[in-house]
Design a protein around this ligand. Structure first.
Ligand SMILES: Nc1nnc(SCC(=O)Nc2ccc(S(N)(=O)=O)cc2)s1
Ligand SMILES: [Zn+2]
Length: 258
């Protein structure tokens, strides 16, 4: 199976997932002054107000909060999107102590962590699975996390991480509104890419917010107490550095909102 270690990490994924060497792989390094500024790129709109978080789990790669996506209650729309995309889950990628951990970089600079809010095109596709393999099937909103002050709402997540310490653990997590994790500005870069973990489907319209949110080193440290391994596994592997490095841009254009 795939992971982030020396033997099963990003440089070996192409063996089981040849699309790893495809033409629209993610993440990428974003170079702001090479991004084209499109006037017809409108603002993105998120409405997560009546969203319904269901649970939080450790899937052995990250910590994931799942949402009820049976209707259009919580969607992202506007910007590069032709119709609303339904929120399915969000999860994080992070580094080791004092090291970078984001997936996308900006002018070669990484951030401490990156939050991904995963949405799917329920107008054109019947299921998430179907959308996850279509070129316009998914929209992932990426938010950089940098270390600084405590994030006043991230506590709601870090306070329950002890309940999902081991791979395969899951617990109820209702009533969490991800609006509280958004920065004040929704200015963004957007480009066509892929899932950043296997199966690496080239099905993602990426929307990366320019403004990072601030979290404390202490809060980030809570993520690093999670384990890649199961409870009955005698090898306790700390969950950290679960990020794929930037991939070749292969001629793609990155557009900027403004
Ligand atoms: N029937 C199916 N269910 N799920 C799949 S693919 C699973 C999936 O959504 N994986 C996934 C991998 C990476 C990302 S990410 N890091 O946001 O690019 C988001 C999501 S196919
Ligand atoms: Zn991700």
């Amino acid at each position: 199976h795939w992971g982030y270690g020396k033997e099963d990490g990003p440089s070996s994924w192409y063996r089981n997932y040849p699309v790893a060497e495809g033409n629209r792989q993610s993440p990428i390094d974003i170079v702001p002054n090479e991004a084209s500024h499109d006037r017809d790129l409108g603002p993105i709109m998120t409405n997560y107000d009546h969203c319904t978080s269901i649970n939080i789990s450790n899937n052995g790669h990250s910590v994931v909060v799942e949402f009820n996506d049976s209707d259009d209650r919580s969607v992202i729309k506007g910007g590069p999107l032709d119709n609303p995309y339904r929120l399915k889950q969000f999860h994080f990628h992070w580094g080791g102590k004092g090291h970078e951990g984001s997936e996308h970089t900006v002018s070669g600079e990484g951030f401490a962590s990156e939050l991904h809010l995963v949405h799917w095109n329920a107008v054109k596709y019947k299921t998430y699975g179907e959308a996850s393999t279509a070129p316009d099937g998914l929209a992932v909103l990426g938010i950089f996390l940098e270390t600084g002050d405590d994030h006043r709402w991230l506590h709601m997540i870090t306070d329950v991480l002890y309940m999902v310490k081991y791979k395969g653990s899951i617990t109820d997590f209702k009533g969490f509104n991800p609006n509280c994790l958004l920065p004040s500005s929704l200015h963004y870069w957007t480009y066509l890419g892929s899932l950043t973990t296997p199966p690496l489907h080239e099905s993602v319209i990426w929307i990366i917010l320019k403004e990072p949110i601030e979290v404390s080193e202490k809060q980030l440290g809570m993520f690093r107490m999670l384990l890649f391994t199961e409870e009955d596994d005698d090898q306790k592997m700390r969950m950290e550095n679960n990020f794929r490095p930037p991939q070749p841009i292969k001629g793609r254009r990155v557009r900027s909102s403004n």
